[in-house]
Design a protein around this ligand. Sequence first.
Ligand code: SF4
Length: 365
Amino acid sequence: MSRGDLPLPVAWPAGLPQGFAPALIAWQRREGRHGLPWQGTRDPYRVWLSEIMLQQTQVSTVLSYYPRFLARFPDVASLAAAPVDDVMALWSGLGYYSRARNLHRCAQAVVNDWGGAFPQRSADLATLPGIGASTAAAIASFCFGERVSILDGNVRRVLTRLLAFDADLAQAGPQRQLWDLAQALVQPDADAQDMAAYTQGLMDLGATVCTRTRPSCALCPVQDRCEGRRHGDPTRFPVRTRRLVRRFEAWWLLLIERPTADGSTELWLQKRPERGIWAGLFCPPVFDNRDALVEAVPPALADHLNEGDAVAHALTHRELRLHPVAVHWPADAGVPCGDDAGRWVRRDQLATVGLPAPVRPWLEA
Ligand code: SF4
């Protein structure tokens, strides 16, 4: 039988799988992940921070950033009081920088609007900057035992397979329907410990068993209840018709360097606009093409540009081709690019500045 011939239900199955939540909770306690640094706490600040970092970022990467961030900002008050540039600098390399800006805004909202303590209900948490419905549910269930389901990308995959949910998740209606089903699967009498194990179990199942291309159904604690498996091809779920279209762009970056009086060097960096790619980070001047870059340097330097190898950098909706061009800037050549919006940053101070991840190696080299 081909994928298209599978006898799938038009809507979702009439009955929810019996015993899903208890089976998942028991499995999480037995075989789930337990040793991650953000587990075993009910401190909403720590849970929130880990949830935001884990959006779009691998656990292995977050493992190095999370303790560093906590060491610098041990609580919501210290984060709220910090300059946003310090937050961006610590976030540098994690990508999706709107998360860092929202993190800072959220900390300030908690301090200014909620007396320094995170609200306990998911509905209130979801009103804070950068906290979506699933993150709000994760904080509320982990920290306050609220009986509410998460529904991030991994959990959408698990539940659409479990239920053989074949409606198109590119549409708002099916998205709402799946939320309702996720909520209906929560055990109505779960206590706080159960809810923490349930939420973690959903995350663990999606991350380690019900993976995107090759789910390990034979190891799955809910395999007997899974409609997608019963139909023979669980990887056809979730169904989403809208395809991501990436636009290609070339960016030319002028790496301007000059010596300092004490024998070090410094680099000219501009703060990116508050919206768009690398928003709020510091970056060498960017040009649309090589000609525009050459026009921006004094004629005497045009023959002394040092072009490096271009690298590809994929973003959610864009594919960038980054062309680095280095130039040594004479002390008497004035402000680069006729631009007073930038600043000189000493090379040995680069670690304290928020830089786009693909650019940092060029500047630190
Ligand atoms: Fe996913 Fe397979 Fe488990 Fe179904 S049985 S939830 S498809 S791992």
